[in-house]
Design a protein around this ligand. Sequence first.
Ligand code: BES
Ligand code: ZN
Ligand code: ZN
Length: 499
Amino acid sequence: MEVRAATGSLTEQQVETVVVEVGEGTARLSGPAAQVDTALGGAITSMLRDGLISGRAGEVTSIASLGRLPAKRVIVHGTGKAEARTVDGVRTRAGNLGRALRGVDAKSVAIGIQESDSPNAEASGRALAEGFVLGLYRFDRHHTRAEDRPRGAVDAITLVDASARRLAALQRGVEAGSILAEATNLTRDLANEPANLMTPTIVAERAQAVAAETGLECTIIERAEAERLGMGSYLSVANGSVQPPKFIVLRYRNGGRTRPIGLIGKGITFDTGGISIKPALGMERMKGDMTGAASVIGAMQAIARLGPGVNVLAIAPCTENMPSGSATKPGDVVYAMDGQSIEVLNTDAEGRLVLADGLAYARRENCATLVDVATLTGAMNVALGNVRIGTFANNDRLFADLERAAAAAGERLWRMPLDAEYFDLIKSDVADLKNTGGAPAGSITAAKFLERFAHDTPWAHLDIAAVSDSTSEKGVLVKGSTGSPVRTLVHFVLGRARG
Ligand code: BES
Ligand code: ZN
Ligand code: ZN
C-alpha cells in the first residue's frame, strides 16, 4: 500500500474511488467536497438535506458516479465535530477510514485535503500517511486459505490538495509518515511472528537484512564472544535453550565524533518463565516478549531512511527463556559484564537480566544516553493499563525530550518513580542485587534493578508490557502487536540531531 501526494482537482483523478470528507452538522459544502458534489449534480447536498448523510465520525456512504467522474464511485466519509480535527484525530480517522475502504473493496483511492482542515500541510500529510499505513496493517501470512484472510487490499491512496503551493510540504509529510509507519509495521511483523518462526537466529537475520537495505552496520555477538565479554547475566537466561543466543548490535553513524544514543531492546523470543515456569493459560502471548528488540530494530530502519545528523547504537540481546536440565536455577548467582553480581531468585524475571548486559555493553561503547524498551513486568498493566507507557528516567531533560517525542508521535508516556527506598526491596543477602523484589511495586523494583546498570549515564526505561498488544481494531491499532513505541523513539532521535 502506497500513499502519494498530488495537486489538482479531485474530480479529475484517474482512480477507482474518490473520497470526500464531511463534518457533522455541515450545511454548505466547500472545497473538494463541493466540487465533487457539483460534478454529481448535487447528490451529496441532497443526501445531507434528507438526513441520509450526517457527517458523524466514521460514517461511510457510497455513491455511484454514473460516469460523471473518471472514478466509479464517491465515498463520503463523516469526520464528526470540528473540534476533533487535531493531528491525533486525523491519524485515528485515517486508520479507521483505511479499513472502511478495504471493507468496501476499494483499490485505488483519491482523497481531498481541505486547507481549512489542515493549515499545516506537512503535519497532515504525515498524520494521514501514518494513519493509512498503520491502520491497514494486517498479519495474515499464515492463513493458507484465501477465505480465511480479510478480503480486499487497498493498493494506493492519493492525497489531493487543490493548492500547488502546499504540495512540497504535503509530500514531505507523506514521505516521513510512510517511513515511520512502515518501520512500525516491521516491528509488528517481527513481534507477531510465533516463536518457532522468530528464534534469536531469525531475529538476527532480519536485523542483518534491514542493515543491508538501509546502510546500517550490523554485528551479531555470538555466545562465545558474549562469554569473553563477561555477559554472564544475559547468558544465564540462554542456558536452558537449545537455540543459540544472538546479541544484536546495529549502528547508525551520521553524527561525526559525537557520542552515540543507545537504544536497548529486550529480546526474549519466548518467555516460558524458565524453571520458575509460567502457567499454561495465556503463555502464547510470550512470543511477543521480544517486542523491545523489534522496536529498536524498527526504529533503526526509520532512522537510517530519514538520515538525521546523529550517531545511534541499537542493542538487542536476544534469547529464549526455557526450562531444561541446563537452565539457570532459583538461587543461582551470576555476574554481569560490569562486574555486578546478581542472585537469580526467579528465572521468570529474565528481562532485567538480559538488559543488564545490554546496558553495560552500551556504556562500554561510550553511549551518552541510554533508552531501553522492554515488555518487562505484568505489574505495568495493573498500574497504567494499556493507555500510557510506564516510563522511568534518572534524568529530567531526557524524560522531557521523550515526552515531547511521544506527543509528536501520538503516543503517551507517564513518568514513574525511582525513590531510593525501592532499592531496599532488591538488596540480596548473598550478591549485589537480587532479580525480584516481591509483589509490591513490581514495575518500579524492576526499573531500580536496571538503574544500577546505567550507573551515572542519563537513562530512561520504557516498560511496554501492557501496551505492546492490542485486542481490538481502533484508529492506528489493529489486533496483535501495536508497534509502540517505535515512532516515539524515532522522534526522540530526530530531536537530538544536529541542525
Ligand atoms: N515477560 C514478562 C512480563 C510480561 C507479562 C510481559 C505479561 C507482557 C505481559 C516478564 O519476563 C515476567 O515474567 N515478569 C514477571 C516478573 C516477576 C517474576 C518478578 C512478572 O511480571 O510477573
Ligand atoms: Zn519472564
Ligand atoms: Zn519476559
